[in-house]
Design a protein around this ligand. Structure first.
Ligand SMILES: CC(C)(COP(=O)(O)OP(=O)(O)OC[C@H]1O[C@@H](n2cnc3c(N)ncnc32)[C@H](O)[C@@H]1OP(=O)(O)O)[C@@H](O)C(=O)NCCC(=O)NCCS
Length: 145
């Protein structure tokens, strides 16, 4: 299986929005993606399997802290290590941009993502009550880079 991860910048909003829409029920449209890509410190990665886009990740780096804004793998491309590979590439990009720690939020009811972050060494550092639109709490996780 050939897998490639590349950075994408302004002009990639259509691709990123299409991928996001297939990964999440509450998705970010092209205008929202374009706004994010134009924001200071934000960068995006796309993972391709056999030349076909299979997932995305966005981060924001401010000084020595990075935030994982989103991470998703297309439903028919999951359980092949793409999520873990994207997360590792995201951490490398964040480190290169000067971050020493990566933070993220994950819903209490998102078992696959919780499994992924636990496997990657993230630990809970906080909690946000009723953070998501469905009323679920968010766990705030972090890892030193
Ligand atoms: C979370 C998500 C990105 C995982 O992507 P993936 O490519 O399937 O993950 P990987 O194949 O790299 O799995 C890596 C590890 O994550 C964990 N994991 C993945 N899927 C899991 C599941 N369904 N249940 C429990 N743990 C799971 C496992 O520890 C796995 O390691 P293993 O295969 O050795 O057991 C994917 O399910 C997704 O896009 N979900 C919808 C969007 C989302 O919720 N994103 C996260 C927002 S915080």
């Amino acid at each position: 299986m050939s897998v490639q991860i590349s950075a994408c910048g302004p002009g990639s909003e259509a691709l990123l929005a299409a991928l996001h829409a297939r990964c999440f029920s509450e998705c970010w449209n092209e205008a929202e993606m374009a706004g994010l890509l134009a924001s200071p410190g934000v960068s995006a990665l796309v993972i391709e399997e056999e030349g076909e886009p299979a997932g995305l990740a966005l981060i924001r780096v401010v000084l020595d802290e990075a935030e994982l804004l989103t991470l998703g793998v297309l439903p028919d491309r999951r359980a092949r290590g793409h999520g873990l590979a994207l997360l590792a590439a995201t951490e490398t990009a964040a480190r290169k941009a000067g971050a020493a720690r990566l933070f993220l939020e994950v819903s209490h009811v998102n078992a696959p993502a919780a499994g992924l972050y636990q496997r990657a060494g993230y630990v809970q550092v906080g909690e946000r009550k009723r953070y998501y639109r469905d009323g679920a709490d968010a766990r705030v996780l972090a890892r030193d880079l």
